[in-house]
Design a protein around this ligand. Structure first.
Ligand code: PEP
Length: 250
């Protein structure tokens, strides 16, 4: 089964009305193959204006969400609020959420379950740190993170999940994983899904690579069999480069 290539843009805590308008305009005027799905993740204050300004074909994601539907959770955003704003995606478990805000594997799993229950689609992130890679613990860490998500779900839930493999040492560092390094982990993740969830889920689930993806690195990365797209941080804030990445899919 063909997996539709997906390119996500994680704007993180960057932007202004001016930059948001510029990026939305570029996406509305730009073009890329209908075989490539584009999802952008602006900061929370801009979600509504981006959703109403960008063309329908571009998905809009929140960068985080809370597990409870409403109540005394100052500073948080609920799944219901995202649905109310017609936001269809959410990124969960980004390494910055894990390392800066202390999100545990268990909380990430609960957030994924809550988002899916509300009808959102999820980009679920995983990835090892540099010291974990050096200690040959890459798959141990990644499998543990994915298991914490899988434990909360049934096989059918996976239809609305995309996994983003983002080695922490490659995020925002300019140190991109080689296509071989990324492919190796993507294949391990797919095999894990086949063994622990279902072979159909493994076959159908898109696994994105994230970590310093640029217009220079994307053409080679996209050639790998198990790389089904990218989650792009820094380069998603540069309108021309992000369009080049969207167009790097052959
Ligand atoms: C990210 O934030 O998900 C990311 C991969 O960032 P960058 O592309 O800047 O490394």
């Amino acid at each position: 089964m063909a997996r539709k290539f997906l390119v996500g843009g994680n704007w993180k805590m960057n932007g202004s009305n001016q930059l948001v308008s510029q990026l939305v305009k570029a996406l509305n005027e730009g073009s890329w193959s209908s075989n490539v799905e584009c999802v952008i993740a602006p900061p929370a204050p801009y979600l509504a204006s981006v959703r109403s300004g960008v063309r329908e074909a571009v998905g809009v994601a929140a960068q985080n969400v809370w597990v409870d539907p409403k109540g005394a959770f100052t500073g948080e955003t609920s799944t219901e609020m995202l649905k109310d704003l017609k936001i269809d995606w959410v990124i969960i478990g980004h390494s910055e959420r894990r390392s800066i805000y202390g999100e545990s594997d268990e909380l990430v799993g609960k957030k994924v379950a809550a988002a899916l229950k509300a009808g959102l689609k999820v980009i679920a992130c995983c990835g090892e740190s540099e010291s974990e890679r050096d200690a040959n613990k890459t798959t141990e860490v990644v499998f543990r993170q994915i298991k914490a998500i899988a434990d909360q779900l049934s096989a059918k839930d996976w239809a609305n999940i995309v996994i983003a493999y983002e080695p922490v040492w490659a995020i925002g560092t300019g140190k991109v994983a080689t296509p071989q390094q990324a492919q190796e982990v993507h294949k391990e993740i797919r095999d894990w899904l086949a063994k622990n969830v279902a072979s159909e889920v493994a076959e159908a689930t898109r696994i994105l690579y994230g970590g310093s993806v640029s217009a220079k690195s994307s053409p080679d990365l996209q050639k790998e069999k198990d790389i089904d797209g990218f989650l792009v941080g820094g380069a998603s804030l540069k309108d021309k480069e992000f369009l080049e990445i969207l167009n790097s899919r052959q």
